[in-house]
Design a protein around this ligand. Structure first.
Ligand code: DGY
Length: 321
C-alpha cells in the first residue's frame, strides 16, 4: 500500500522529517521564507491525505472543497484563526494545533517585550549605535519599573498563566480577565479576576493573550485605550486582529498611554512604513513569540505526530475542538 501523501507548506529541515520518512510520502513547498502561493496550495491539497501548514496559509472553505482526500490539517501554531474549523468539520477533516510545547517560550518573549518596552531597551541600544551617548545623565533614557507594578492579563490560558508566574517573580500584582474564572491561577498565583474595564483602569501593563475570534476582534479599541492609565504599557503577543491599530496609534501619539510592545499585527508582515513605527514609544517584533529553535522543532514534531496518529486511524493528540 502507498504511504499517505503529506503536503508541507514550507521548507522545513530534513532532520525533522527524517523519522517520519518511512511512513509518509512528503511533498513540500521549497522555500523557507516565502509562503506557498494559493494556486499551488490548492493543487497540492487536492491529492494530499494530510497537510502541515503555517499561520500564513488561509485554510478556508474553498481549500476544503479542493481537498478531496484530506483527513487532517496540522497547523504549526497554537492559534488557528487562519483555519475555517467549521468547514473542516463539515468536510470530515481533523484540525490540530500546537498547544503546550510553546507555552514557556511564548511567555518568555511576552516578558522580554514587556521589559524592553518599560525600560526602553531598543531605544537605548540604538542610542549607542547612533553615537548619541556623550555623558551619563540623571534621567537619560529613564523608563518605568516592572517590579512591584500591576499586570493585567487578558486571556488567562496556558500562556497567560506562564506569564503570571514570571510576574509573580517580579513581585507584581496580577489581575486577569478571561471568559471563565481560572481558579488554579487564583489559588496558586494570587491572580485576581477582574472585569475588562476594571483591569484596563488598574493595570500598569495590559497584556493581550486572547485568541482571535469574532468576540475578541478589535476588543482593544478606542474605549479600551481611553480606559487605560496614561502611564500604561500595552503588550500584544496574541493576534493583531484583537487591536484597533488606528486607535492604538492615536493613543500612543497623544501620550494617552505610555508605550506598546507588539509581536503581532493586523496584516502581517508589516513594513518599515507602518504607521506605528513612526513612534519611539513602540517596540515591534516580527511575530516571534514561540521562536526558539527548540520550541519551533517541538511544534513541527507535534504536527507530525498528529498527522501520524490521525492517518493511522487514532485520535489526534491535540485536536482543535
Ligand atoms: C501561535 O502559535 O499561534 C503563534 O502565534 C506562533 O507561534
Amino acid at each position: 500500500m502507498m504511504n499517505p501523501v503529506i503536503y508541507v507548506t514550507r521548507k522545513i529541515p530534513e532532520e525533522v522529517l527524517q523519522p517520519y520518512q518511512n511512513m509518509f510520502n512528503f511533498r513540500m513547498w521549497d522555500k523557507e521564507d516565502v509562503p506557498v502561493p494559493r494556486d499551488v496550495l490548492l493543487k497540492e491539497a487536492a491529492t494530499a491525505d494530510g497537510v502541515l501548514c503555517l499561520l500564513t496559509e488561509n485554510i478556508d472553505r474553498e481549500f476544503f472543497d479542493y481537498a478531496k482526500n484530506l483527513k487532517i490539517v496540522a497547523n504549526m501554531a497554537v492559534g488557528f484563526d487562519n483555519i475555517d474549523v467549521e468547514a473542516a468539520r463539515e468536510h470530515g477533516v481533523v484540525v490540530t494545533n500546537t498547544p503546550d510545547v510553546l507555552t514557556e517560550t511564548t511567555a518568555d518573549l511576552t516578558f522580554a517585550l514587556l521589559m524592553a518596552t518599560a525600560r526602553r531597551i531598543v531605544e537605548a541600544a540604538d542610542y549607542i549605535r547612533e553615537d548619541k551617548w556623550q555623558y551619563w545623565a540623571p534621567y537619560l533614557l529613564a523608563g518605568s519599573d516592572v517590579h512591584g507594578k500591576t499586570i493585567g492579563i487578558v486571556g488567562m490560558g496556558r500562556i497567560g498563566e506562564a506569564v503570571a508566574r514570571r510576574a509573580r517573580g517580579f513581585g507584581m500584582s496580577i489581575l486577569y480577565h478571561n471568559r471563565s474564572r481560572q481558579e488554579k491561577a487564583e489559588q496558586e498565583l494570587g491572580a485576581v479576576y477582574s472585569d475588562f474595564t476594571d483591569l484596563l483602569q488598574k493595570a500598569d501593563f495590559v497584556v493581550s493573550l486572547v485568541p482571535l475570534t469574532e468576540q475578541t476582534a478589535k476588543m482593544f479599541d478606542r474605549d479600551a485605550f481611553n480606559n487605560m492609565k496614561s502611564s500604561a504599557i500595552f503588550i500584544n503577543v496574541s493576534r493583531g486582529g484583537t487591536v484597533d491599530e488606528e486607535a492604538l496609534y492615536d493613543a500612543l501619539a497623544a501620550n494617552e498611554i505610555q508605550a506598546a510592545g507588539l509581536d503581532v499585527f493586523a496584516n502581517e508582515p508589516i513594513s518599515s512604513e507602518h504607521q506605528l513605527l513612526e513612534l519611539d514609544n513602540v517596540v515591534c517584533l516580527p511575530h516571534i513569540g514561540s521562536a526558539s529553535e527548540a520550541t519551533r522543532t517541538k511544534m513541527l514534531e507535534l504536527c507530525l505526530d498528529n498527522l501520524k496518529a490521525v492517518l493511522n486511524g487514532e485520535e489526534a493528540i491535540t485536536p482543535v475542538k
